[in-house]
Ligand binder design. Structure first.
Ligand code: ADP
Length: 267
């Protein structure tokens, strides 16, 4: 939880930074606007025309550099991947979800990972940064909560999957994945909106409420872990975000180590 708070403080800092950059960016736009206005003059000498065009070109370059730096900053994540059981991480994040959502949102966690021949739950090992995973999960949960206006059902589900379904622009992909989904019974999203939600800084939440970086983090984490994030949404009904993460190769079948029999007493 401390790590999540640290992450959200970082996002807040990025949000403030964004305000500053937006200001600089606006100044650059002002230069471009006045240069184009000057260019519209019919009797403009050739030499001056060239000067204004150069000014526009230079300014566009500076603006592109500015946004490039900002994106690099927003995406900067120190990753320390390790093999861990997603089901266990989800269970521990799920424990604190109630405090995020409030009493009138029903939270359900389903760990549907199947069982081995001995009846033990199968593990869901992945090789990724565990704290980035937690952050991604919390980001999806917070969005689900915000979509529901205080009332509804939030479901977190973990299962194994052998296919990433073809949804919107996504092709169908085969593989060994752990699928972690967060579903809500909230507002849902129109297709035009779904096209934009992964863009950094895209937010429909009020000033000071959203940074528009939550889903960028989720997307970045999925990609850097060799996975995908898929969204299905119906206006007025709800939304499901699913993280598909490749299962770690060579994982043991049983989630729990087989209990060693107690050593025989020396006689
Ligand atoms: P933020 O939460 O700071 O706005 P995100 O990148 O996490 O930034 O989300 C971007 C936008 O996507 C949100 O502002 C919201 O409009 C939309 N969105 C994300 N998740 C959901 C959801 N579960 N239901 C409805 N809209 C959502």
């Amino acid at each position: 939880l401390e790590e999540q708070l640290r992450q959200s403080q970082k996002l807040e800092a990025v949000g403030q930074l964004t305000g500053g950059v937006a200001h600089d960016f606006n100044n650059l736009l002002t230069v471009i606007r006045s240069s184009t206005d000057l260019l519209r003059r019919p009797d403009l000498p050739e030499e001056r025309r060239r000067r204004y065009v150069d000014a526009i070109s230079d300014t566009v370059t500076r603006a592109a550099k500015l946004t490039g730096q900002l994106l690099a900053f927003a995406r900067r994540q120190s990753l320390s991947p390790e093999v861990f059981d997603v089901a266990k991480s989800v269970a521990s994040v799920a424990d604190m979800v109630g405090t995020l959502t409030g009493a009138r949102i029903r939270v359900e966690t389903q760990i549907d990972t199947g069982r081995d021949a001995a009846g033990q739950p199968l593990s869901c090992l992945i090789d990724a940064d565990p704290s980035q995973f937690d952050t991604a999960l919390v980001n999806m949960v917070v969005n689900a909560r915000d979509a529901m206006d205080g009332e509804g059902r939030l479901t977190i589900r973990v299962r194994r999957a052998s296919i990433i379904p073809a949804v919107r622009a996504h092709p169908r992909i085969r593989g060994d994945f752990v699928a972690v989904s967060v579903s809500d019974t909230g507002t849902g999203m129109a297709p035009e909106m779904l096209d934009r939600i992964f863009e950094p800084f895209f937010t429909t939440k009020g000033v000071g409420q959203g940074t528009g970086l939550g889903l960028s983090q989720v997307f970045g984490f999925a990609k850097q872990s060799g996975g995908e994030v898929v969204v299905e949404s119906h206006l007025g009904q709800g939304t499901t975000f699913t993280l598909y993460l490749p299962r770690a190769p060579g994982e043991a079948v049983a989630a729990e180590p087989v209990q060693e029999p107690p050593p025989l007493a020396e006689s």
